[in-house]
Design a binder for this molecule. Structure first.
Ligand SMILES: *[C@@H]1O[C@H](CO)[C@@H](O)[C@H](O)[C@H]1NC(C)=O
Ligand SMILES: *[C@@H]1O[C@H](CO)[C@@H](O)[C@H](O)[C@H]1NC(C)=O
Ligand SMILES: *[C@@H]1O[C@H](CO)[C@@H](O)[C@H](O)[C@H]1NC(C)=O
Length: 278
């Protein structure tokens, strides 16, 4: 079958393109911190869709949770994994563990420390050149401090945007954050491949090295759009901001035969790895 051939060559191609695209910053210096909050329901939907056996854990409260604090050299991704001698030690987080479980949970695997270890090794070890972030407890406490100061569900609700499955334009979401904080955020969406609908996924806000809010202008991986809003969302479509997980009927109604192909699933994994590893 021709499409099988296409998929076969597109897998290595895809990996190469990803590598080129991401142009990970090689040195360990950086300009800004990107603080990313994600919407657990969208995260969970995406994760489950990628692989049938995936499950995820979302807390009953409809709150945005932390994905990470990412030191970033403007115009590139990263730096990443800056200091291998700063080993992740979960015990150091015991004093704040309960708060982390609520506000920085591992939605993907439901593990306790999996996401923390990943974020620390990949991003925390780069943030650590800054004194206020130079230990695990400081790095993760800063995330907790920021999610309390910049609670996304409140910021959006003040602009009349609530997780109610109504459609909102990317511009509305972006304006809500800009209007509340005064700085340009980065609004990220994902597309449900089965329904073709776009979902609100992450909202990123940026800080300079003195930990002052700044515009996210110049961060990489954005569509060039005429409205000048920083986003990967399609500006002409409305986004869903779901209040609950779709039911099983909704999830499975459209399962197509090719979903059974391992090749197709492999491609999905690659796409998933792309957004998860950010
Ligand atoms: C890595 O961390 C260790 C321990 O804090 C420190 O002594 C060293 O200078 C760091 N290395 C780099 C490249 O930042
Ligand atoms: C989930 O757990 C598996 C196995 O421990 C690990 O390889 C994978 O990286 C984890 N995924 C995420 C997103 O944490
Ligand atoms: C973005 O688009 C505008 C016109 O739509 C163009 O002038 C500009 O060069 C583009 N920028 C990039 C980085 O592609």
């Amino acid at each position: 079958m021709f499409w099988v051939f296409l998929k076969l060559i597109s897998v290595p191609l895809c990996v190469i393109v990803l590598d080129l695209n991401q142009s990970v910053h090689a040195s360990t210096d950086w300009d800004i911190l990107i603080f990313t909050q994600h919407w657990p329901i969208t995260v969970c939907m995406q994760w489950k869709e990628a692989q049938e056996h995936h499950s995820c854990k979302i807390l009953p409260e409809n709150t945005w949770t932390i994905h990470g604090i990412w030191p970033t050299k403007v115009g590139t991704i990263g730096p990443l994994f800056c200091n291998h001698s700063l080993h992740f030690d979960p015990q150091k987080l015991e004093p704040i563990e309960n708060n982390l479980l609520t506000y920085w949970p591992d939605i993907y695997n439901g593990s306790t420390t999996g996401l923390w270890k990943h974020e620390w090794n990949k991003h925390g070890t780069c943030a650590a050149i800054l004194e206020p972030l130079d230990t695990e407890i400081k790095y993760f406490s800063k995330g907790l401090e920021w999610i309390h100061m910049y609670t996304m569900e409140n910021i959006l609700a003040r602009a009349g945007i609530n997780p109610d499955n109504m459609g909102y334009t990317p511009q509305q979401i972006w304006n809500a954050v800009k209007g509340s904080l005064g700085t340009n955020p980065d609004v990220q969406c994902v597309k449900d491949k089965k329904t073709g609908r776009w979902y609100l996924f992450e909202i990123r806000i940026c800080f300079d090295k003195s930990l002052k809010l700044i515009d996210c202008d110049g961060v990489k991986g954005l569509k060039n759009n005429s409205n000048k809003i920083i986003s990967n969302c399609p500006l002409t479509q409305t986004l869903l901001y779901p209040g609950h997980m779709p039911s099983d009927e909704e999830t499975h109604e459209d399962s197509k035969p090719y979903r059974l192909s391992w090749l197709f699933q492999f491609l999905q994994i690659i796409q998933l790895v792309q957004w998860i590893t950010l």
